[in-house]
Design a protein around this ligand. Structure first.
Ligand code: FE2
Length: 404
């Protein structure tokens, strides 16, 4: 039986990129991942996504029909195997393999590796490298996290972010991973192997959806390609003293904008999130949290607030008024301290005001000179959010005291 490691994946991803370029030029028939050469079993390293207090999901791309499972071992010598989907199947896929890893202990370091075995075609088995991650710990006194946003398939920027971002309890990728899903073949390299990096190494990944992440003919396939803790694009969790709410601000124009060709229905999603938000912030773990942070791609506040926008002639939302109208009261009631966003490609910070008692922090843009990453460090005394450029120089810093 052949044994292949995941890092043989690069040629297959190059093939996908070549295909997508050719398709964008309209000179090649569409191929499906099933048509990948029979020798290519795994296309990406396993990505540790959707971290929880009791586990995470491992997600990786396969080139043909396969079954997959995850082996794990802890620093204290325990070990096991995750091999069951919520529906009782052994995990199987012909494109994106997802294996839920559960029943682990909070705040503990684990090593994991993905095993893939071909179902059809020549027998083949792939074992990934071992990867390290730590389960979230809602009861910890401290946490450390990192934030990226608006990488827009800029490989150079992603590689630099990957190089300078340290190990963290989680990496929050705060939207606009892509530009426009014109081709199905863009999904896997962009979301599971960005810039060719093993980006979830020592920092399990959580995603929020940006307006570009839902744009284009194949945007509807993004949820199939990633994993979130709730299997929805909005979710909430505790990491140490920080309660985190992640929301989906949708597109930056109304759903009936002709450029969406009838594909968008985000106003309903904003309403659904408003109902959910009203409930979630009343849960004790959120209601009583020392620090309260919201992530959403489009800012809820900006200095400039035009009264009317001419969407038919190129205007778009620079801040998410339709979302804010629905979510504001719950955020105020919850005493949300800060909303962390992207979208404008220009780092910014707005202090809380009487009308908007939550601060607004905005990261940078895709170009290397505009790119930023944000580090969050919280302990018993304060939550500090530090914005840094690609030279790892601090460009902004703000701290919040714990809520009484
Ligand atoms: Fe963007």
């Amino acid at each position: 039986m052949n044994r292949r490691h995941f890092f043989h994946a690069t040629p297959a991803l190059a093939l996908l990129a070549d295909r997508s370029t050719a398709q964008a030029q309209g000179d090649a028939p569409k191929e499906t991942p099933d048509a990948a050469p029979s020798g290519v079993l795994t296309l990406t390293p396993p990505v540790v996504m959707a971290p929880r207090h009791d586990g995470a999901d491992l997600v990786w791309a396969v080139g043909r029909l396969a079954r997959g499972w995850v082996e794990w071992k802890s620093e204290s010598g325990e070990s096991g195997q995750a091999q069951t989907t919520p529906d009782g199947f052994f995990p199987q896929a012909s494109r994106v393999m997802k294996v839920p890893l559960r029943d682990l202990s909070p705040g503990k370091e684990y090593q994991v590796r993905a095993i893939t075995e071909a179902i059809d075609g020549p027998p083949e088995r792939a074992e990934s490298e071992w990867k390290t991650f730590r389960t979230l710990d809602p009861g910890a006194d401290a946490t450390r996290f990192a934030v990226w946003n608006d990488t827009h398939q800029r490989d150079e920027t992603i590689r630099e972010l990957h190089r300078i971002t340290p190990a963290s309890d989680f990496l929050l990728w705060n939207g606009d991973t892509c530009n426009d899903w014109k081709s199905e073949d863009l999904l896997i390299p962009t979301l599971l192997h960005p810039g060719g990096t093993d980006f979830s190494h020592q920092r399990p990944v959580l995603l929020t959806m940006g307006n570009h992440d839902v744009r284009g003919k194949y945007g509807y396939q993004v949820p199939e390609t990633i994993s979130t803790p709730s299997q929805r694009p909005y979710y909430a969790f505790r990491s140490g003293p920080v309660a985190v709410v992640c929301l989906h601000t949708g597109e930056d124009k109304p759903d009936d904008h002709p450029s969406f060709q009838g594909r968008a229905s985000f106003q309903r999603l904003r309403e659904r999130q408003a109902e959910w938000l009203g409930r979630v912030v009343r849960r004790p773990a959120f209601r009583d949290a020392p620090y309260r942070v919201v992530f959403c791609h489009i800012p809820l506040r900006l200095d400039e607030e035009p009264e009317t926008l001419d969407y038919a002639n190129g205007d778009y939302d620079h801040y998410a008024r339709s979302s804010r109208d629905l979510w504001h009261d719950s955020l105020v009631k919850w005493k949300a301290q800060v909303v962390i966003s992207g979208h404008t490609h220009q780092q910014a910070y707005l202090e809380p005001t009487d009308a908007f008692p939550y601060a607004q922090l905005i990261g940078g843009g895709p170009q290397s000179e505009r790119a930023r990453w944000i580090e969050g460090v919280a302990d018993r005394t304060q939550l500090t959010l530090t914005t840094r450029n690609l030279q790892d120089e601090t460009t902004h810093q703000v701290s919040f005291p714990p809520m009484a």
